[in-house]
Every structure is written in C-alpha cells, then in structure tokens.
Design a protein around this ligand. Structure first.
Ligand code: NIG
Ligand code: FE
Length: 416
C-alpha cells in the first residue's frame, strides 16, 4: 500500500483518542481533544499532532498535500473489529421469515442460516467473492473505516475456509482498508458432523488449523461458542490448540444463552470476547481483570430483536468495550457505522465519547493493534477521518447518516 505526506490543517477539533492500549471503564470518556488543531503525516505515519499555530511554524506546507479542515472535526479512522465480510449469496428471504416470527437459531437447525451461506460460499468462485468483498469495503470506507477484521467460517471445510482467507488477503492487498484475518472454521456444525461435534473439532484441530497457522493465513482463531453449536469444552480445545500454534484468539460468546463464554475468554487470555448479550457478572469481571476487550455488536441484537448487551454495566464496572458492525449475510447485514453509533448511544446508554473510544482505540485493542492504530498519536499509522461538521458530537446526532467527508489512509486521501 502507498504511503503519503499530508498536513491536515486548522481543524476545529482534533479528537486524538490518544493511547496505546485498551481504555477501561471511566477512561473511555476521555477523548483528548485539541481545539484548533492540525495533524502532520509523513510517509504514511503521524509525525506531529498539535495546535495549528504551533504546527504551521514548524512545517513547510510545500512539503505536503494540505487539507484545509477549517470548521471540521478530525478523528482516527474507525476500526471495525468484527465482521464476516467474505461470503457468497444472500439470505434476504430469512430476514422476511424472521419478521413473520421464525427464530434465527431454528432456521439454522433446519439447514438454513449460516449453513445456507456455507453452500453459497462453496459454490462461489474466488473472483465472485473478491468483487463482492471489495464493494463491501468501499461501503465501509465511506463510513470512515480504515481497518476491518474479517472472518472465514462459511466453508467449515479445508478448501473453502482457505478460499475465504485467500480472498481476504487479496482484498487487503488491493483496497485501502487494512483487513485483519480471523479463522472461524468452527462457525457452525456442518450436516455431516451433526451430533458428532467433538469429531468436527478434532478435524479442525488436526487437519485445518495447522495449515492455517503454518501458512500464516489468519492472525486470530474464533469459534461460535453457543448452545447447540460448540460447547465451552469444545471451544477451549480448539482455541488452546490455536494458541499453541501461535495464533491469538477471540470468541463469539454468550450471545443467545449464558454458557460461560466470557469466563472462557478470561481463562484463555483471549484478545476479545464478542456479543456478550447474556454474559454473567462474574464472567465480565474476569474479562476485566484479564484485560479481555468486550466487543459489542448492537446491530445484531437490533436485527434479531434481542436485548442489547449491558454496555453501561460493563463500562461502570471497568470493562474495556469495543463496538463493531458484525457485518454478515444473516444476523446483521450492515456495514453502517452510523447505525451502530445510534444504537450504542440511544439504546445501550453509552455516551458519545465512549462510543467513539469503542470504535477507535478499543476497536484497535480488540485486534491487539492499539500500539499502531486507533488514535492520532505520533508514530501511529496516518489513518484519519475528517467530518463535514465541526465537532465529534455530530456523529451520533446525525442519526443513521455518515458524517465522514474525507478519509486518509497511510497519509493518502482515499475517500473524498
Ligand atoms: O456473529 N453468531 C454467529 N455468527 C454470526 C452470524 C453469521 C450468520 O448468520 O451468517 C454473528 O452473528
Ligand atoms: Fe459475528
């Protein structure tokens, strides 16, 4: 990816979100805003952040592409740390079935749901998956996303899981957004393994995971730890093996039933546990003590008409909370960052500041990347968004509409 030199000058607010690790509890309210600020990016890396009057004394504008941000707020690019962005086919009819009262898990049990996307993803060519994923990334970029996590999990076999991960590498190479890859081979139980979940986990451990790990095809290993999918013991077995092979781990945990996924995330030292609608107080406490990021996905709760995760409780009790879209073809088909901001602030009782932290430095922490992205600090990647409005308060206030006017990635203006 190319790297550029840009001077973003005269912003009404530079919302730095400053930090190099997750923000816990009360720390999430601190955005560290510089009024009348500027940001200097050289060779794709942030070189200076400060008051405009100080910056313009030190730097020669001729050395940079200058963006006049007068009357605009500037923030770090958003980090969408949980998506399933590579998939074949769609499940629009399932959405309509759910409106008529069908249940998400029951649809899966009768062979639809995730399994229907598995069929379509197996049938899709790499080129089809590539172009569909590129379009989704374009949409994400328009919302100010500069780093996204993408999961496999619509193959449940060696070839298709690898096909998905290879497509992610290709889109990462060819799109301005950075794509962090997660192996989610244990996303559902394929029909041939129904009732033989332990054998499926053995297959993943013996035949798939080593190839993914050796080929460095993914940074993370994830699993759908849920009643009627994979148990806590099965999840522990797979994720421990992934850790032995040098991978980092995260979990779809305690989404529909309280199973102890949060406790398992703490036990394993997972980087994040995601969903957590039903997580226990004790599990959340253990996650806090172990520094596991709680990644909340309110778009999914909204789309499935579930109750929201207890964001307020988590933050008041000191957890580090991240927000993400969970973009996928079933439970939550949206790339919309504005939608998630609306749900987080209006329904989950998060403040605007906490929601911004959750989509920047804590999103980065959910990918174990808080030392390189997620804030406007010297030495970090030059990933910056410029709003069309003077203050970050406009982000949730302009309900459901993107306030992002420009996106800079590695010091290159990539969306305008
Ligand atoms: O995070 N919960 C499991 N996995 C996804 C849904 C995937 C799908 O329905 O295709 C989720 O919600
Ligand atoms: Fe998910």
């Amino acid at each position: 990816m190319q790297k550029g030199n840009i001077l973003i000058k005269g912003a009404s607010e530079v919302v730095t979100c400053s930090g190099s690790h997750a923000k816990f509890g009360k720390e999430m309210a601190d955005l560290n805003v510089i009024h009348d600020g500027s940001v200097v990016i050289r060779d794709g890396v942030i070189e200076a952040v400060g008051k405009t009057e100080d910056i313009i004394k030190k730097y020669n504008e001729k050395d940079f592409q200058v963006i006049d941000a007068t009357g605009k707020a500037v923030l770090p690019g958003f980090v969408d740390s949980h998506t399933h962005l590579v998939f074949g086919g769609y499940r629009a009819e399932e959405f309509s079935w759910r409106l008529r009262g069908d249940n998400y898990m029951e649809i899966m049990e009768r062979g639809g749901g995730i399994l229907s996307s598995v069929k379509a993803t197996k049938a899709a060519t790499k080129a089809e998956l590539y172009y569909a994923a590129m379009r989704r990334l374009d949409s994400m970029l328009s919302f100010g996303v500069t780093t996204v996590e993408g999961k496999s999990g619509y193959g449940l076999d060696l070839d298709t899981e690898i096909k998905q991960l290879e497509v992610m590498t290709e889109v990462d190479d060819n799109h301005p957004i950075d794509v962090v890859k997660t192996f989610l081979g244990a996303h559902a139980v394929p029909p041939e393994y129904k009732g033989k979940e332990d054998e499926f986990i053995d297959f993943m451990i013996e035949d798939v995971l080593p190839i993914v790990a050796e080929g460095q095809l993914a940074t993370f290993c994830d699993i759908f730890c849920e009643k009627k999918v994979f148990s806590v013991d099965q999840s522990r077995r797979l994720l421990r093996k992934a850790q032995e092979l040098g991978m980092k781990v995260k979990l779809h945990a305690d989404e529909i039933i309280q199973l102890g996924g949060a406790e398992l995330a703490a036990e394993l030292g997972a980087v994040s546990a995601d969903h957590l609608l039903q997580a226990s107080d004790e599990g959340l406490k253990q996650m806090r003590d172990k520094g596991v990021v709680a990644t909340l996905l309110p778009g999914t709760a909204f789309s499935l008409k579930e109750n929201y995760a207890r964001a307020r409780y988590m933050i008041d009790n000191g957890n580090a909370v991240a927000l993400a879209t969970d973009l996928n073809p079933g439970s939550c088909f949206t790339e919309s960052i504005p939608l998630i901001f609306a749900l987080a602030t209006l329904y989950m009782k998060m403040t605007t500041e906490e929601a911004i932290t959750a989509f920047t430095i804590n999103g980065a922490a959910a990918l174990d990347m808080a030392d390189t992205i997620g804030s406007l600090d010297v030495g970090k990647k030059g990933d910056v968004i410029i709003l069309e409005f003077p203050s970050y308060h406009f982000i949730p206030y302009h309900i459901g509409v993107s306030t992002v006017e420009k996106v800079v990635k590695n010091g290159i203006l990539v969306f305008d």
